[in-house]
Design a protein around this ligand. Structure first.
Ligand SMILES: NC(=O)c1ccc[n+]([C@@H]2O[C@H](COP(=O)([O-])OP(=O)(O)OC[C@H]3O[C@@H](n4cnc5c(N)ncnc54)[C@H](OP(=O)(O)O)[C@@H]3O)[C@@H](O)[C@H]2O)c1
Length: 264
């Protein structure tokens, strides 16, 4: 199995990508620690992962709070003796689709500060034990906004480009200690909208554009080379591979999972 004997923590572990990754990491043999905001969503993700035979702990931890995340990481290493994989799958609704003249400074900064804060907080916490053990993989999640242009994307673009730069620089810093950093950049996933903040967010954009939600999603799919959007399972399977020793030479990379919407 890809992640046999690996200990993994997933922040945002009850979310759409977090839960999908938990299922796949569990199937691949990982011991899991799911941390997040809402206990019911964490419990649901944990039961699906346990059904794959994994040992799974859950904890309510605010992934914006350095002291709380540090304490949780200490509990993980006390319980499991090590920490091999850390995925930040935290997500939250924010403003997209408005022109700059209609966007408040607060709405612009909300995704920028929020996503950059949580990824700093969790990476700082997990890098401590990973540096000490001389190995580990930190996984971050960006969006196509890092490379897109056009109206309504400034906050998402600044957040995503910032996170990709953060991940690349951190890989350079932690590489000599044996710690890898991989950022994945999936396109919008149609099978996530029922559970993800993206359902509300894309819904507002479709409404403003005067088209139905399914038409708007179809427009996104139509802009890819494959003529479809990626799925949660595809993203989770790639995350498991990137976390595994089969990807041992991969670090500082931004993995393009956009189904061909963007070309490197
Ligand atoms: N979905 C997509 O199509 C897509 C595409 C590209 C990139 N991404 C990226 O993937 C990541 C996850 O997105 P998703 O679709 O899986 O989102 P999601 O389904 O809405 O899940 C996000 C999870 O993060 C949790 N969370 C939010 N704030 C938190 C905090 N302060 N502390 C701890 N947990 C917190 C949420 O908790 P609650 O359960 O309490 O809400 C939720 O469980 C985001 O970075 C997003 O930009 C998503």
């Amino acid at each position: 199995m890809l992640l046999d004997e690996k200990v993994a923590v997933i922040h945002g572990g009850g979310g759409s990508i977090g839960a999908a990754a938990a299922r796949v990491f569990a199937r691949e043999g990982a011991r899991l620690f799911l941390a997040g905001r809402s206990l019911p969503r964490l419990e649901a993700a944990a039961s699906a992962a346990r059904a794959q035979g994994a040992e799974v702990d859950v904890a309510v931890v605010d992934a914006m709070d350095q002291a709380a995340v540090d304490r949780h990481v200490d509990r993980v290493t006390d319980a499991a003796g090590r920490l091999d994989v850390a995925l930040n799958a935290v997500g939250f609704d924010h403003v997209q689709g408005l022109a700059i003249g209609e966007t408040s400074l607060a709405d612009y900064l909300h995704p920028v500060t929020g996503y950059l804060q949580t990824n700093f907080v969790t990476a700082k916490a997990v890098s401590r034990p990973m540096i000490a053990q001389g190995s580990g993989v930190i996984l971050t999640i960006s969006t196509p906004g890092a490379r897109l242009t056009g109206r309504g994307l400034i906050g998402n673009a600044a957040q995503s480009a910032g996170l990709e730069g953060f991940s690349r620089a951190l890989a350079g810093e932690l590489g000599p200690a044996g710690v890898r950093v991989v950022c994945v950049r999936p396109h919008a996933m149609a099978d996530a909208v029922a559970t993800s903040y993206t359902g509300e967010m894309f819904g507002r954009i479709a409404d403003r554009s005067g088209i139905r939600f399914d038409e708007w999603m179809a427009g996104l799919a139509g802009g890819t080379m494959l003529g479809r959007l990626p799925t949660l399972d595809e993203t989770a399977e790639y995350l498991a591979f990137a976390a595994s020793d089969r990807a041992a030479s991969m670090t500082g990379v931004i993995s393009n999972l956009t189904a061909g919407a963007l070309v490197d």
